[in-house]
Design a protein around this ligand. Structure first.
Ligand code: AMP
Length: 530
């Protein structure tokens, strides 16, 4: 008999079992499409998960099969997060904001057998259903009325169910099958800003360890005393594992449904549910800040705000702090589950850094030849990462260049690392401006521009130049168009960066285009302005 600790705890059903037995009555709040609040508990969610597991098993889903979800942050999506991997199948969350041909590609690449779809997304999917060769059927995330409202006549050959009728008569008991903790639990595709999106698989083990690390005090610091609002979409990178971490720690879970970018609704939810911790990308927090400032509202309590997915400007950080928030910046990627670094906020020299690696993760920077660069705060190179929740490849690709034999993943981000471990992202490799053989960081220029009082948001892109190869062009959404003075904005850079870093020109723009995950879409800007 082995004297070592038995295997088995690092699986997703183990999180659910823990939540059900220890945090039975802790609330799970979900906002429905109409904005109504649905109140439930971990115990009730666990029962529905077992009913769902029985129902999915009856659909002949087997271990290793992929079930894809098109859903907002809500209770049914949460139940899918537990029941699908609990059966040994793969819960593949799809970003519904991707282009439809990317979605078609993704569903075929992932060999999706069933789709769990919010009724809102059915019309969008109907034209591609014919081309999904592995598809058996669709579960509409609603009740029988929702299904009846839809025109499904074009695909009568598929099995169509509504979620509530499907689980209604199922038994409340279910024995979760034995699962290898290294088996895949979930799947997500990268945003595919260049070429087709690339699929990554997370395992039960990587997800559980990632959720544990995310809950640590100097990370998201989650506890049973928290009311956690998950504004990061559950359709991207497991919602940063926050739904799992909440169930693990007993935090009350608040899921805002389709209202993730709606500052007014977020303000209502935050107030109503006394949110103490929340996570989202900067654009989401900007919408909340705008609403709070416009309405001159004061939240009257403090909230920890985890911000990642894109750089957070000093202006936004300060605005959040003025509203009583305690801000924690983080960096990560689809390939890293996503947490790589978190800023624990104890070093004033690094307030805008996304922080230091969380235990388990190692970082290094390399030059163009792949040689390691010093962690001296000056040397900039491509950031590489290694760790137990960093994936080891892409679905269907043999030995992709991004992954090394010894476990390092090349992120495509350019960064420097300080002797105390703080990392600063200076650019995406493809966004960096190469002027006269030297690099200019678009992120640093954007940060400076966005601190100007008459700038709401800014993006810097490279434009071709006959002498210098590339020069920076600044695109700005102004606060007040009438008072805008381009020359004065360019002078704003004097003394803040080297002269040759100063953008050559400024153009006003109404809004910055965003990618499907809420980041500035520089591909679109380059097409239009470069
Ligand atoms: P995704 O895989 O779609 O989640 O995007 C990951 C990319 O988002 C990273 O490679 C970075 O370029 C960017 N990103 C994430 N977090 C940050 C951050 N805190 N600061 C700057 N860029 C970030």
């Amino acid at each position: 008999m082995s004297l070592l600790v038995p295997q088995g705890a690092l699986t997703i059903p183990s999180i659910l079992k823990h939540a059900e037995s220890i945090f039975r009555d802790k609330e799970v709040i979900s906002i429905d499409t109409n904005g109504n609040t649905i109140r439930s508990t971990y115990a009730q969610v666990a029962v529905r998960c077992r009913k769902l597991a029985n129902a999915i098993q009856r659909l002949n889903v087997e271990k290793g099969d992929t079930i894809s979800t098109f859903a907002w942050n809500d209770q049914r999506h949460l139940e899918s997060y537990f029941a699908i991997p609990g059966l040994g199948a793969i819960c593949h969350t799809v970003n519904p904001r991707l282009y439809i041909d990317q979605i078609e590609y993704i569903l075929n690449d992932a060999k999706s057998k069933w789709l769990f779809v919010d009724p809102q997304f059915i019309p969008m999917l109907l034209p591609i259903l014919d081309s999904l060769s592995e598809l058996n059927g669709i579960i509409v995330l609603g009740n029988a009325d929702k299904l009846n409202e839809l025109d499904t006549s074009t695909r009568k050959d598929l099995a169509w169910h509504d979620y509530e009728s499907l689980i209604q008569n199922e038994a409340e008991t279910f024995t979760w099958p034995k699962i290898d903790e290294n088996a895949p639990s979930s799947c997500c595709y990268t945003s595919g800003t260049t070429g087709n999106p690339k699929g990554v698989l997370y395992s039960h083990r990587s997800t559980v360890i990632h959720s544990l690390a995310l809950s640590l005090p100097d990370a998201a610091s989650l506890s049973a005393g928290d009311n956690l609002l998950v504004v990061v979409p559950m359709f991207h990178v497991n919602g940063w594992s926050l739904p799992y971490a909440a169930a693990m720690t007993g935090a009350k879970l608040v899921l805002p449904g389709r209202f993730m970018g709606d500052g007014k609704k977020l303000a209502e939810i935050i107030k109503q549910e006394k949110v103490s911790a929340a996570a989202g990308v900067p654009t989401v927090w900007q919408s909340w800040v705008n609403h709070m400032q416009r309405q001159k509202l004061d939240p009257n309590f403090s909230m920890r705000v985890l911000i990642g997915g894109a750089a957070c400007s000093e202006k936004l950080r300060r605005a959040l702090e003025d509203l009583g928030c305690y801000v924690r910046l983080a960096w990560g990627m689809t390939e890293t589950s996503p947490m790589g670094t978190i800023n624990r906020g104890d070093n004033d020299a690094h307030t805008l850094s996304p922080g230091t690696p969380v235990f388990g993760v190692e970082l290094r920077i390399v030059d163009e030849k792949g040689d390691e660069l010093p962690h001296d705060g000056n040397a900039c190179g491509e950031l590489q990462i290694k760790g137990p929740w960093v994936v080891r490849g892409y679905i269907g690709q043999d030995n992709p260049n991004e992954f090394s034999e010894d476990g390092w993943f090349s992120t495509g981000d350019i960064a420097n690392i300080h002797p105390d471990g703080y990392m600063h992202i200076t650019d995406r490799a493809k966004d960096v401006i190469k002027s006269g053989g030297e690099w200019i960081s678009s992120s640093i220029l954007e940060e400076i521009a966005s601190n100007h009082p008459n700038v709401v948001s800014a993006a810097v892109i490279a434009t071709p130049h006959p002498k210098w190869d590339e020069r920076p062009l600044l695109l700005v959404v102004p606060q007040n168009k009438e008072d805008f003075d381009a020359e004065q904005l360019l002078q704003w850079f004097d003394g803040k960066v080297a002269k040759w870093w100063k953008p050559d020109d400024v153009k006003l723009i109404v809004t910055l285009p965003l990618t499907a995950t809420g980041k500035v879409d520089k591909k679109v800007l380059r097409l239009e302005y470069a």
